[in-house]
Design a binder for this molecule. Structure first.
Ligand SMILES: Nc1nc2c(ncn2[C@@H]2O[C@H](COP(=O)(O)OP(=O)(O)OP(=O)(O)O)[C@@H](O)[C@H]2O)c(=O)[nH]1
Ligand SMILES: [Mg+2]
Length: 605
């Protein structure tokens, strides 16, 4: 029987997980000498590569001496915390990375809390010790304090600690040691992470934690085997979360080796393999012995905290840029997403609209971005937090927020967050002269905050947040102050009018761009919406030079992205998303209807 270790790499966003996995791959000798590992090789998806972040957890396997180490790289961004939660059940140990300068951050707490809850002993890796301003001792103290605060047991408190610069390819036991290679980390994994429990002789029990597909064999479940064996060609029982069962044969069994996948004949307790042959295999399903099926506990991850209404595009430009535009197509696509993405939910709301819920704006934004790349066209409304009722009390999600700001912006940050119902829990001067402020804040208060924060701190502030818990509802929080500049006509925007409108606020559009009545074309400098005409040409009599329209000096418009729009829009606005464009519009395109609604709203107050 092969000696196996199963680990997950967990951390706050950007603390170096994927880079560390590169080095483990490179230095394990899993590759031939001539093979080069591409930078951040595990971030294989297009959006992951573009943004340099991990979105989906992915696994690989390396050989080290006589051991096989299955490694799962996880995402660090708070919105993808569900990926980390489901992976933790599949491993016997975690490498907890903490940036030697940034220290413990909101998502460090979230992932460590989950790992401690599963009884795992973390191997702590203080990473990026090469960085200026790194302070490994302070960070080490922070990790220890956090473990105490999380009620870690004695054994967990005796966690091993290493110091590393993943990018430079070394890890060491003591800061004084020489910078050599990853050997100390390999040793720590072999010595400190327990071997998998379970027996190859017992009846088969395995659980699917990720889905994949293959053009030839169809759906593939990436599976941790907890007991017994799985053999190609043998028949097993698939047990779903709702208890339903179906029998099937394993048509293909795939093992992992570095970045490659190899066909194998059998695998046994402790290992992680990919299984094909079950057409309706899903995340969380158990694969069991057919004569003695004992299903594993279904997977549980935290519920979504944010939701947004997605609907069919019904604006005047609908259907011109997208390939998939109907309610049926959108529903089909969302249903497919929910099969693999267990941290998200979808609910049809009638009227060609769907409520899509997830952990945050980025998670919902990435789904929307993937859909537009696939040719979909649709609209999104303003994100709303998911509230719930407990013992007759309305509850809403709270977040743990950390902001790092230069001292001069401390006042404005505290003031603005106060208005958003944030409660400050600590204020710490950092070695680099910045101030670290920590808050507990209703998730609602964070919607649209990032833009304001970056403006207030002249781009120098850094903010990070992660889900804390549900608490009693806190009442109204402030929202966007500036109004919208709304087009009152259909057609193509004219440079001369845009030039004239520039004094009214910040424009979102360029000349020749298609606009329509009710479309938001800019942010007003004042509160309250303003109907404007972006189509007015220059009156000929005023023309003093022979310059054409293009000669008018225009300020570069503010680029509307899917995520910036989700932060910006108000309740009476929508985002129109097509493979080519992201536009913001009013829910009611008719100016008279909007006026009446505004009047009614005022009167009802
Ligand atoms: N100075 C320094 N930079 C590092 C080190 N390790 C990683 N980085 C850099 O940190 C950045 C983030 O690295 P990633 O490996 O993508 O971080 P990650 O934890 O996988 O990020 P997510 O998956 O998005 O949470 C990259 O620019 C790396 O080059 C290190 O040891 N020292
Ligand atoms: Mg990563």
């Amino acid at each position: 029987m092969q000696k196996i270790k199963n680990i997950a790499v967990i951390a706050h966003v950007d603390h170096g997980k994927t880079t560390l996995v590169d080095e483990l791959l490179q230095q394990s000798g899993t590759f031939e000498a001539h093979q080069e590992v591409e930078e951040r090789a595990m971030d294989s998806d297009a959006i992951e590569k573009e943004r340099g972040i991990t979105i989906l957890s992915k696994n690989t396997a390396i050989t080290y001496g006589d051991h096989k180490i299955n490694i799962i790289d996880t995402p660090g961004h708070a919105d993808f915390g569900g990926e980390v939660e489901r992976v933790l059940k599949m491993v016997d140990g975690v490498l907890l990375l903490v940036d030697a300068q940034e220290g413990v951050m909101p998502q460090t707490k979230f992932v460590l809390k989950k790992a401690i809850g599963f009884g795992l002993i973390p191997v702590v890796v203080i990473n990026k010790i090469d960085k200026d301003g790194s302070d490994p001792d302070r960070v080490m103290d922070e990790v220890f304090d956090l473990l105490v605060a999380l009620d870690a047991n004695e054994e967990q408190l005796e966690f091993p600690v290493l110091y590393a610069a993943a990018r430079d390819g070394y890890a060491k036991w003591e800061m004084e040691d020489e910078n050599k290679d990853m050997t100390p980390l390999f040793e720590a994994i072999i010595e400190k992470v327990p071997y998998p429990k379970g027996s190859p002789e017992a009846d088969t029990q395995a659980q699917v934690f990720t889905l994949d597909s293959d053009n030839f064999v169809g759906r593939i479940g990436i599976t941790r085997i907890f007991n017994g064996k799985v053999k190609k060609g043998d028949e097993y029982l698939l047990v779903k979360a709702d208890g339903s069962k179906s029998k099937s044969r394993i048509s293909k069994l795939i093992g992992f080796k570095g970045l490659e996948r190899i066909e194998i004949q059998e695998a046994e307790a402790g290992d992680i393999v990919a299984i094909a042959g079950f057409s309706d295999i899903d995340v969380g399903d158990s694969i069991c012995d057919k004569s003695n099926p004992v299903a594993l506990d279904p997977m549980h991850v935290e519920e979504p905290t944010l939701s947004v209404i997605m609907s069919v595009n019904n604006g005047p430009l609908a259907g011109q840029e997208g390939k998939h535009v109907t309610s049926n197509k959108i529903q089909e696509r969302l249903e497919k997403e929910m099969e693999t993405n267990i941290a998200m939910r979808m609910e049809p709301m009638g009227d060609a609209s769907f409520k899509v819920s997830g952990r945050g704006e980025l998670q919902i934004g990435i789904l929307a971005e993937n859909m537009r790349r696939e040719g979909f066209e649709f609209m999104l409304a303003r994100p709303e937090v998911v509230t719930k009722e407990e013992n007759g009390v309305k509850m809403e999600p709270f977040e743990h927020l950390v902001v790092d700001v230069p001292e001069e912006f401390q006042g404005v940050a505290i003031e603005k967050l106060g208005k958003r119902k944030a409660n400050m829990t600590s204020l710490t001067p950092m070695p680099d002269g910045t101030i670290r402020l920590e808050f507990e804040i209703p998730a609602r208060g964070l919607i649209g905050f990032r833009n304001e924060f970056l403006t207030d701190t002249k781009g120098e502030g850094i903010m990070n947040h992660s889900y804390l818990e549900y608490r009693a509802y806190t009442g109204t929080v402030v929202s966007r102050t500036p109004g919208a500049l709304v087009s009152m006509d259909d057609g193509e925007a004219v440079a001369f009018s845009i030039f004239n409108l520039q004094s009214r606020g910040v424009m979102f559009i360029s000349p020749q761009e298609k606009v329509y009545s009710g479309m938001v074309i800019g942010e007003s400098a004042r509160p309250g919406d303003l109907d404007v005409n972006p189509l007015k040409g220059k009156a000929l009599t005023n023309m003093r030079t022979s310059g054409t329209d293009e000669a008018v000096k225009l300020v570069t418009p503010r680029k509307i992205t899917l995520e910036s729009a989700m932060e910006w829009i108000e309740e009476d606005e929508l985002i129109e998303i097509t493979p080519i464009s992201v536009r913001i519009r009013k829910k009611s395109l008719d100016a008279n209807v909007r006026k009446r609604q505004a009047r009614d709203k005022k009167n009802s107050k």
